[in-house]
Ligand binder design. Structure first.
Ligand code: SAH
Length: 358
């Protein structure tokens, strides 16, 4: 963008010249600018993610990967892949904890933001960067982690009107401010049959980029072996409702006031992600709550060990444990889903196998 021209100016010009734009387009461009320019994590940023709360999070994700890899007979050409690694903290903690098991993979980061790429290189010097799933190494199993990645990907919003389902678009009102409008084209065939009869005003969200990324990864895991662990906030069942929001300084912000300066985020449909995994013929485990997953991976024992080693840190460790696992905090809203190669063993952390499962 030329200096002085904000994303807001650009979008206004585009809408004036060629009409309303879809919500997904708006969100994609706003987040590209937002992440390209900033390091939003931490207490003095816009939001805090699980790996920034405690090293326990990344260590247990690492353990989850190392366990699967060992049960797959330790394939030597494996690759640790992370989607949107933020500050690189999760990867650094995970790879430190897995080194003890002899897991020393190639490291591939999919990241668009130059600012965050620099931070990630500082945290994990051997990481190599890739623009997308299609560029990832093709030789060995891929062990993929995505924490709070999918919620940042653009969503389309369809809204039920008196004239049927329409795509929600962003336009300009008479004062020149961004506002919402229902598109002219009916989009009823895009709406799942179970949802189509919903009352007027209902919003249905779909994440096209998330679906495309997952389809591509699923094909790779099927061909190369491996697994994908997705952790994010979202919902398990097919559902309706508007979840898109802007977050700035740890508080809800305006979607439209200054696009590119707040994080735009939407709840993740684990229903849809799980469906893509099973349609690709892969093993799907979960979703389960983050609290249940971390307890099954041994977070309580890990917390005790940390306290034994540093008794003066006991209160911090206890607070982090609560924040990551308590149902009132991140324990239930955050869901964990694994999608793994059908011929790999069932991953840890998801409780006893469902007797009805295939
Ligand atoms: N996983 C990290 C960061 C989550 S924030 C953590 O848990 O702390 C989202 C991350 O995804 C950021 O690193 C952001 O730059 C990156 N990102 C967002 N959209 C992306 C896209 N379309 N392609 C690649 N990376 C993206």
């Amino acid at each position: 963008m030329p200096d002085g021209v904000t994303l807001s100016d650009q979008l206004r010009r585009q809408i004036k010249a060629s009409g309303p734009i879809g919500m997904a387009d708006y969100m994609r461009r706003a987040n590209a600018v937002y992440y390209a320019a900033s390091d939003p994590f931490g207490a003095d940023g816009d939001f805090v993610t699980a790996p920034e709360i405690s090293q326990m999070f990344g260590e247990l994700v690492g353990l989850w990967i190392a366990d699967l890899w060992m049960r797959a007979q330790k394939p030597a050409d494996s690759c640790y892949v992370e989607l949107g690694p933020g500050r690189g903290t999760l990867a650094a903690d995970a790879l430190r904890s897995t080194a003890a098991f002899g897991f020393a993979p190639e490291v591939a980061f999919i990241e668009t933001s130059p600012v965050l790429r620099a931070r990630q290189t500082a945290a994990v010097p051997k990481a190599r960067f890739y623009d997308g799933v299609d560029d990832l190494p093709q030789h060995g199993p891929l062990l993929v982690v995505a924490n709070e990645f999918f919620d940042a990907l653009p969503i389309r919003q369809m809204v039920k009107t008196a004239g049927g389902w329409r795509e929600r678009m962003v336009t300009l009102d008479s004062a020149g401010s961004f506002s919402l409008i229902a598109g002219e084209q009916p989009v009823d065939p895009l709406i799942p049959a179970d949802v189509r009869a919903a009352p007027i005003g209902t919003v249905f969200e779909h994440a096209p980029d998330a679906a495309a990324i997952l389809y591509a990864l699923a094909r790779r895991i099927e061909a190369q072996g491996g697994a994908l662990l997705i952790i994010d906030y979202g919902y398990d069942a097919l559902g309706v409702g508007e979840t898109l929001q802007a977050v700035k300084n740890h508080r809800p912000a305006s979607l439209f006031e200054a696009p590119g300066t707040a994080d735009l985020t939407a709840h993740v449909s684990f229903h849809e992600l799980a469906h893509i995994g099973s349609a690709a013929g892969l093993r799907v485990s979960g979703p389960v709550g983050q609290g249940d997953f971390l307890r099954a991976m041994g977070i309580e024992a890990r917390a005790q060990a940390l306290v034994r080693n540093a008794p003066d840190k006991a209160a911090d460790v206890e607070a982090a444990l609560r924040r990551l696992t308590d149902p009132q905090e991140m324990g239930e809203l955050f869901r964990v889903l694994a999608i793994s190669a059908a011929d790999w063993t069932r991953p840890e952390g998801f409780g006893p196998e469902d007797p009805g499962a295939a």
